[in-house]
Design a protein around this ligand. Structure first.
Ligand code: ADP
Ligand code: 5GP
Length: 193
C-alpha cells in the first residue's frame, strides 16, 4: 500500500512570523522540506531565487497556469500572483520528505479540499493588527503602498483563523516556537491529525 503523502500548510497574514517559524522547523527536522512557490512580486534584498520563491515575470506565470503546472494560484495582492508548482510537492515526496507550504487563506482552503486528510493546516496568528504593523515595519521590506495592502488584507485573513486545524499564537516567539515543535514532533511521529 502507498504511504499517504503528507503535507503541512502554514497560513496567516504577511508579517505574522510564518517564514521565521518554518525556518526553525527546517533547521530542526530533516523530515521536512520547503515547497517553493512561484511569484510575480519582486524579490526582497535577502531573498534567493529557488530558495524563497521562483521569481517569474507575469507572462511566464500565465504560461505556468496555461500549462497546468500550478496546483493552485492566487492574486494575493493587486498586481502580485503566487502559486504552488505541482512539481514542488512531487519533488519533496520523491525524497521521502514532508512538504511545508506557506500559503494565503484561499490557497490553503483549496489544498484542504484536495489534501484535507493528509494535511495539517496551521494558522499563524500575530496576536493583533498592531503587532503585525510593528513587525512589518521592523522587517523593513515593504514600501508604504505594499504595507497598506498587507494590513488591509490582514483583517480578512485573521477572520479565517477558525477554519484551520491549529491556531498558533505567535506573540512571544520562544513560546510559539516551543508549541510548534511539539506539534511537528507529533507530525513526524505520524500522530497529528
Ligand atoms: P511572514 O513570513 O509571516 O511574512 P516573518 O517571519 O517574515 O513573517 O516575520 C515578520 C517579522 O517579524 C520578521 O522581522 C521577524 O523577525 C519578526 N517576528 C516574527 N515573530 C515575531 C514575534 N513573535 N515577535 C516579534 N517579532 C517577530
Ligand atoms: P509575501 O509577499 O509576504 O512573501 O507573501 C504574501 C502572501 O502570499 C502570504 O500570505 C503567503 O502565504 C502567500 N503565498 C506565498 N506563496 C503562495 C502560493 O504559492 N499560493 C498562495 N495561494 N499563496 C501564497
Amino acid at each position: 500500500m502507498d504511504t499517504p503523502k503528507r503535507l503541512v500548510v502554514f497560513c496567516g497574514p504577511s508579517g505574522a512570523g510564518k517564514s521565521t517559524l518554518t525556518k526553525k522547523v527546517l533547521e530542526r527536522y530533516p523530515q521536512f522540506a520547503l515547497s517553493v512557490s512561484a511569484t510575480t512580486r519582486p524579490p526582497r534584498p535577502y531573498e534567493v531565487e529557488g530558495t524563497h520563491y521562483y521569481f517569474v515575470a507575469e507572462n511566464n506565470f500565465k504560461e505556468l497556469i496555461d500549462n497546468g503546472e500550478l496546483l493552485e494560484y492566487e492574486q494575493v495582492y493587486a498586481g502580485s500572483y503566487y502559486g504552488t508548482p505541482k512539481r514542488e510537492l512531487e519533488r519533496i515526496w520523491a525524497m521521502g520528505r514532508i512538504p511545508l507550504l506557506d500559503l494565503d487563506v484561499q490557497g490553503a482552503a483549496r489544498l484542504k479540499q484536495w489534501y484535507g486528510a493528509q494535511g495539517i493546516f496551521v494558522f499563524v496568528h500575530p496576536g493583533s493588527l498592531e503587532n503585525l504593523a510593528q513587525r512589518l515595519m521592523a522587517r523593513g521590506t515593504e514600501n508604504p503602498e505594499s504595507m497598506a495592502k498587507r494590513l488591509e488584507r490582514a483583517r480578512y485573513e485573521l477572520d479565517q483563523a477558525h477554519l484551520f486545524d491549529f491556531v498558533l499564537h505567535n506573540i512571544d516567539l520562544v513560546q510559539a516556537e516551543a508549541q510548534l515543535m511539539a506539534l511537528m514532533d507529533q507530525v513526524v511521529k505520524n500522530k497529528a491529525s
